[in-house]
Design a protein around this ligand. Structure first.
Ligand code: 13P
Length: 280
């Protein structure tokens, strides 16, 4: 069933677990994600990068995500990931998103607050909640990614913007890590405490060692994002299939194995963050 961001985050808070948020890029990746959620009876978030909402892909992909969410036996939130401006956030609302991220993390602090607050107010008109970001989570290609979130800034940010949840910089980055990251678990705890237990979000979940993920969930991470590893699961399987002389040629048949690969990967993450069996 299609639900709001608040619905799944509340479930995670009450049940003391974490909602996995999977980035999808096309119908097949969305199918793999939904199959994983249904097989494990887990509430999940399906999210899309803002460039997809800017390009025509979002126009076609949004109805696919909505159809999958509405048909699913488990709660599914359709979320915009890293919305940089009101263009993407407003368009995503029109496309039916039930959760919005406004990422103003590269802006000066006060500008981040002002833009995020404006988007929170607009989203409130249509009953949608917002994820903000403070302390920039960069990419693994950056030379260093240590602009960590400060608990006292997080407190002010949450109070002034009214975000439902907050993405924090605590040692992760987007993409494939050159060496496994070590998370600042104490900082996660301190931000939780400073923000009156606001739900915290961990970006850059691909490649984070399982033990670090477990500790982060225990410390108060309520939403964790996975994108890069979904791409690898999908594309590596396509490449393997292409090597086989007896491969399927009809595209729908060819796609069956990549869909399964996405499903198998997502099941491992759902179990790791303790979301399995939590759909009721
Ligand atoms: P990864 O691509 O590193 O999994 O990060 C995903 C993410 O945080 C999306 O916002």
């Amino acid at each position: 069933m299609l639900v709001s961001l608040k619905h799944v985050i509340d479930m995670a808070e009450k049940g003391n677990f974490c909602i996995p948020a999977f980035n999808v890029y096309n119908m097949e990746s969305a199918m793999g994600v939904i199959k994983a959620a249904e097989e494990t009876n887990a509430p999940i978030i399906m999210q899309v990068y803002p460039r997809l909402m800017k390009e025509e892909t979002g126009y076609y992909l949004s109805p696919v995500i909505l159809a999958a969410a509405k048909k699913a036996s488990v709660p599914v939130c359709f979320h915009l990931d890293h919305g940089p401006s009101e263009l993407e956030t407003t368009r995503s609302l029109r496309y039916g998103a039930t959760g919005i991220m406004l990422d103003g993390s590269t802006l000066p602090f006060e500008e981040n607050i002002a833009l995020t607050k404006r988007v929170v107010e607009t989203c409130e008109y249509v009953g949608v909640q917002v994820e903000g970001e403070l302390g920039h989570v960069g990419t693994t290609a950056d030379s260093d990614f240590d602009e960590f979130t400060r608990p006292e800034d997080a407190k002010k940010f949450v109070e002034e913007t009214g975000v439902l949840c907050l993405a924090v910089a605590v040692g992760t980055a987007h993409g494939k890590y050159k060496k496994p990251p070590k998370l600042d678990i104490e900082r996660i705890k301190a931000i939780r405490e400073a923000t009156n237990n606001t739900a915290l979000v961990l970006h850059g979940g691909s490649g984070v060692p399982d033990e670090e993920i477990k500790k982060a969930v225990k410390a108060g991470i309520r939403k964790m994002n996975f994108a890069t590893d979904i791409c690898y699961a999908f594309l590596d399987t396509c490449l393997e299939e292409l090597q086989k002389p007896d491969r399927a040629i009809a595209i729908d048949n060819f796609m069956k194995k990549p869909i399964e690969a996405v499903k198998d990967f997502c099941i491992t993450r759902i179990k790791l963050v303790n979301a399995d069996g939590k759909a009721l």
